[in-house]
Structure formats: C-alpha cells, structure tokens
Design a protein around this ligand. Structure first.
Ligand code: ZN
Ligand code: ZN
Length: 281
C-alpha cells in the first residue's frame, strides 16, 4: 500500500529502479512525482463513515467487507489530486501535454463532471475508458489520472476497515476488504516462515495466502503451475497457471530488501509482454 513505506524509502526504490532499467527513466520519473503527490494527500477521516454492525456481519459470513461501489471518496482531496496530476502530465512530452490539456478543458468548462468521473472510476473498473471513448479523450491517460486520484481515498478506507479482517482465516484469493482480484503477489519473511501475500488491485490491501495455488481458478496442481524467470529478472518473477492461463507477477521481498511491489510492477512491462507471448493473460 502507498503509505506502508515512507516517502524516502519509496524515492530510494524509484532511484534503484531507474538504475536497473534506464530505458524506463522518463516513465519512472513521472510515476515518482505522481506517487509523491499521492503520499502528500491527507484523507479526511470524516469522509470514511462505516457501519460496524454491517461490516462484522459480512466478515462473519466470510464475505468481503465493502464491495467497490460502496467505497466512499474524500471528494475535495480527490479532485485536487486529479488537477495536480493533470499538471504533472503536462510536463511530459508534447503528445502527453496535448492529451492532458484536452482532459483539463473537458473537466473544466467542457461539461465533463469530474465528480461523476471519479465516482464512476470507483464503482466500475475501466469506467474512464468508456468516458474517454464518448468524449474523444486519451483513454490511457484519463484512466491513469482518475485511478491515481482515487487511490489515497481507497487505501485510507482499506486501512480503516482492515482491523475487521481476520487475515489468518481468510486464505481466499479475492481481497477480504473489497472482493477484487489481486494485482501482484509478494513473498515476505524468511525461508520456512515465508508467506505469499496477494496485493489487491483496487484498494491496495495485502493478505496472506497459501504458497502454492492459482489465485484466479484455485488450481492447486503443482504440475500445472509454473514460476518463470524472465531475462534474469530475479526481484520479480511470473507465476503462471496452465489451467486458466492467467499470470501474476511475484515480487520477492524474501530474498531482496527494499522492494516496493508497486514500483516493481511498473518496472517490469517486459514481464507482461513475456507472459502474453506465451499465451497467458
Ligand atoms: Zn481490495
Ligand atoms: Zn488458474
């Protein structure tokens, strides 16, 4: 999660990442500034109301605590972050600048309601793509800006609700807080006491699961699960399942210290390509 590491640790991870993948420097520079702005956001606790009885009853039934469409947003903080990130995007090359200016004017006087966009991004994965399509905006950029803007609020909610999660009894592969799929896995701890954690792609919560097993289809057959090392990249590997053909990145914090899963995921687009080349999705 964003604030699990201090800003200094995060900046150090970006610096190392640039040394390891100089070809991605420009992208990593942009993301470092973006994450710095996310770190600087203070979410108003009053924007996170929750019904303790409802949460306890869902937890008792083994259900995720809060489906994504029920996540509240600190709207003033989220809108302010969106506008800051638009300005950051304009500092990139001329192409991105032009796309960011179009998004700024659409959400300024152009009739695209920013609050609707942000709430829609919470409720439905990929919502900004549909909006971009209707309005002729850059879909990738709009999605990046909207998703990055809601993240501090989502993670503040997950942190607040996390105390209701009984991690050791969950062991399922959807997020115990919001029910979303994982975005990456991480090995933590030492040798026999090492645990595999899954990181939620929506709210950022991380929870322990079995070392072996596909998080997407529950396949436990080790003959049909593989861990692939691509181009000698040892800090982040690929876990693939030959039953459902899905893949997940596995960040190895057991062997390497100072890794931040979010940064490792950004640093490894070649792993996504390698997975897709092999027929995984
Ligand atoms: Zn989640
Ligand atoms: Zn599978």
């Amino acid at each position: 999660m964003l604030k699990d590491s201090s800003w200094e640790e995060t900046a150090a991870a970006f610096e190392k990442a640039r040394q390891r993948q100089p070809a991605l420097s420009e992208l990593l520079d942009f993301y470092e500034k973006l994450v710095k702005e996310q770190h600087a956001v203070t979410v108003n606790p009053a924007s996170i109301p929750f019904d303790e009885r409802l949460l306890r009853s869902r937890a008792g039934r083994g259900e995720p605590l809060l489906p994504r469409q029920e996540f509240p947003l600190d709207l003033p903080a989220t809108e302010a972050l969106f506008r800051t990130l638009c300005r950051l995007a304009k500092e990139r090359g001329p192409e991105v600048r032009a796309a960011a200016e179009e998004i700024e004017s659409a959400t300024g006087w152009g009739g695209l309601d920013l609050q609707d966009l942000l709430r829609g991004t919470v409720a439905e994965e990929g919502y900004p793509f549909a909006v971009a399509d209707q309005r002729g905006l850059d879909p990738e950029l709009l999605n990046t800006l909207a998703e990055a803007s809601i993240r501090p609020s989502l993670q503040a909610v997950a942190k607040t609700l996390g105390s209701f999660v009984e991690n050791d009894r969950w062991l399922r592969s959807i997020c115990p807080v919001c029910g979303s799929e994982p975005k990456c896995a991480e090995l933590r701890g030492q040798e026999l006491a090492a645990w595999r954690y899954l990181h939620c792609g929506f709210c950022g919560w991380a929870w322990p699961v079995r070392r072996l097993g596909c998080p997407f289809c529950d396949n436990q057959d080790h003959n049909r699960l593989q861990t692939l090392i691509i181009e000698n990249h040892l800090t982040c590997k690929l876990e693939v399942c030959d039953v459902c053909r899905r893949y997940l990145k596995l960040v190895d914090s057991k062997e390497f210290i100072g890794l931040i899963p979010e940064v490792e995921v950004l640093l490894t687009p070649h792993l996504d390509l390698a997975a897709m080349d092999r027929g995984y999705h």
